[in-house]
Design a protein around this ligand. Structure first.
Ligand SMILES: C[S@@+](CC[C@H](N)C(=O)[O-])C[C@H]1O[C@@H](n2cnc3c(N)ncnc32)[C@H](O)[C@@H]1O
Length: 343
């Protein structure tokens, strides 16, 4: 573990960590955090980084519903990473919507934000330090954002609900159980062995966004890893040097994610008086928004066999039923009610 890091110093004082604090420091601690030092694509790849086809299909989707949701001119991406998706979206939306568009980015990593500022100059971009927005309808887009937010875990044992925390025991990072006031579950809720995952950040951000949508209109489109219905199990995992690993191994050097609870997001949307659609698989979303047609069009314009092979493998990766095509789900939340047959 990095000497002088906050994780190291906390353990030196014999304190333990909530899992969310531990993940937060692993990913964002100044100088050390994974996202302060790595570009997206180093250890894992996301859909926009695979191909422009992803951003093109989202642009087609937004343009197709834009009139119904209030002619949105303001777009906000949560956790834009390298900024590839916003670049693709702006290129296509400017053509499809034909109006002056504004793009807002909410990015925690100083390193990634600085890269975007340096590399993307052609778009009207506003960098948000906090989730406060102009008083207008906004369309929010979040690709692999919510599954990257820190979470806490709670486990039911024969003695009731306990918080799972991180401790350093004989030089090894371990998950320990602690009874404390955060475990606000009824004692008879769940069964022995159940693990509940809660993201305080996701709750806070969704509340802010839903409040904005309810007041001013717009929508939120989420793509994230997660099942249609989440089970009460531990879904934390990290990616270290392109391989899946245990989240306590390699702190600061791996990306840590969990499975998003789409049911919970739907409930929150409903409570806020909004409408939700989905979740559906990424594959289904892309098919219904023209990925086949766009793939064929691009194929025709390519000259070399090598370029064709690359395009073919990018297309397959986005829709692969054994990979992100099925594992990533897409959920839409809007203020206005619409008819969307394929959701
Ligand atoms: C898995 S990456 C996805 C990046 C990008 N959306 C893509 O698809 O390539 C997660 C992104 O969310 C950002 N992020 C995570 N937590 C955040 C937070 N609390 N506030 C703002 N951005 C955050 C990370 O810095 C990173 O850019």
């Amino acid at each position: 573990m990095k000497k002088n890091s906050k994780i190291f110093n906390t353990f030196k004082k014999s304190n333990t960590f909530s899992i969310s604090r531990f993940i937060f420091l692993c990913l964002y601690e100044k100088n050390y955090g994974y996202y302060q030092n790595n570009r997206i694509g180093t250890d894992f790849i996301t859909a926009p980084e695979i191909s422009q086809l992803f951003g093109e299909c989202i642009s087609i989707f937004i343009a197709s519903i834009n009139r119904k949701i209030g002619n949105i001119r303001d777009f906000c991406e949560l956790g834009p990473g390298n900024g590839t998706l916003i670049k693709d979206l702006s290129k296509n939306l400017n053509k499809l919507i034909k109006s002056d568009l504004n793009f807002y980015l909410f990015e925690k990593s100083n390193c990634l934000s600085a890269n975007i500022k340096k590399n993307i100059k052609e778009i009207n971009i506003f960098h948000l330090k906090r989730l406060t927005f102009p008083p207008r309808p906004i369309f929010f887009i979040a690709n692999e954002f919510f599954d990257a937010l820190p979470i806490n875990q709670f486990e039911k044992t024969s003695d009731g609900w306990f918080e799972r925390r991180v401790d350093l025991i004989q030089g090894k990072l371990k998950v320990i159980l602690k009874k404390n006031t955060f475990c606000k579950f009824e004692e008879n809720y769940g069964k022995k062995g159940d693990i509940i995952e809660k993201s305080p950040y996701a709750d806070l951000y969704l509340k802010r966004i839903f409040k904005h949508l309810k007041k001013f209109g717009g929508g939120l489109l989420i793509f994230d890893y997660g099942p249609l219905k989440k089970k009460k199990i531990d879904t934390l995992q990290s990616i270290f040097k392109k391989k899946k690993s245990f989240f306590l191994n390699n702190p600061y050097e791996s990306d840590i994610t969990y499975h998003v609870d789409f049911e919970k997001i739907k409930q929150m949307a409903k409570h806020s008086g909004l409408f939700f659609y989905g979740p559906i698989t990424q594959k289904k979303f892309l098919f219904f928004n023209g990925i086949n047609e766009r793939f064929l069009e691009l194929s025709r314009s390519l000259q070399s066999k090598n370029q064709l092979q690359i395009l073919n493998s990018q297309f397959t990766r986005l829709i692969d039923a054994r990979g992100m095509g099925n594992l990533i789900k897409c959920l839409l939340v809007t203020k206005k009610k619409m008819k969307l047959n394929y959701f």
